[in-house]
Design a protein around this ligand. Sequence first.
Ligand SMILES: C[S@@+](CC[C@H](N)C(=O)[O-])C[C@H]1O[C@@H](n2cnc3c(N)ncnc32)[C@H](O)[C@@H]1O
Length: 277
Amino acid sequence: MNDSKSEQVKRFLAEPDVHQKWIGTYYCAENETFYEQAFDYIISILKAPKNSTFLDAGCGNCAHSIRLANRVFSVQAVDFSESVLKMAEANVKTKKLEDKIKIQREDITALSFEDKSFNYILCWGVLMHIPNIEKAISELTRVLKPGGTLVIAENNMYSLYSITIRNLKRLLGKGKGVAKKVPSGVEHWSTTPTGTLVTRHANIQWLLKRFKSNQFVVKKRIAGQFTQLYTRVSSRPLKSLIHGFNNLWFRYIKNPHLAFGNIVILQKMRDEATDIL
Ligand SMILES: C[S@@+](CC[C@H](N)C(=O)[O-])C[C@H]1O[C@@H](n2cnc3c(N)ncnc32)[C@H](O)[C@@H]1O
């Protein structure tokens, strides 16, 4: 049902422009500080043995694969966009991490890996762009080993930021494209001559339920960035203030329910039959 939409999104994400725009917007110095703190915290929860291998599903330019490699893990980085994989390869080469990070072109909704291939999977900011999210969830479940851990980062449709932006757009009659409420969240569809992009503000409860019905337990739900308002203002001091507030929220307030960014750590239950063998 979602196939033609999936093809349109694939075509859009094949182009380098959107990735360059994301890199310019999200990989500023303040966000680097945030990501470094967030990864230290996530890794402290995972307690993964050194040299464990992570699947970085939807790796983009490999910024997070590099963070994992710098924390002495190995990474199998995958993305379906050839243009972003070229950027990823150049990044990994510059950091001389070719031994630690292997890059491969893969579609998360049809992964070529065997069942139960990975102990750890990172899927950061990716499910929100996949029209057939159910298929992506089932593939991530399939390739994760029983007892393995999946870390996802998604945007929360019930955050103050998401609700405010939605209502402001409605009131002002603004916003390009089409917003659609679906069980998995609020999807914003925008179309250009090269294709279509979906960005979903997730219904986190729906996501958790889906993973639970795929034999996962929720280990932790963490607040990510409280707001992405910094992407909408141009004043430097205002941007810094917003980043400061995001850090305050992440470090001290920690409530994920009101925060836009949500990081969820899920563990796939052990397969009793396999454990006995
Ligand atoms: C917003 S970017 C996030 C990239 C990276 N995880 C990060 O946080 O920097 C989303 C990435 O997911 C990739 N992606 C989206 N759908 C995918 C799919 N079905 N299979 C593989 N990659 C996909 C896109 O090409 C893009 O690089």
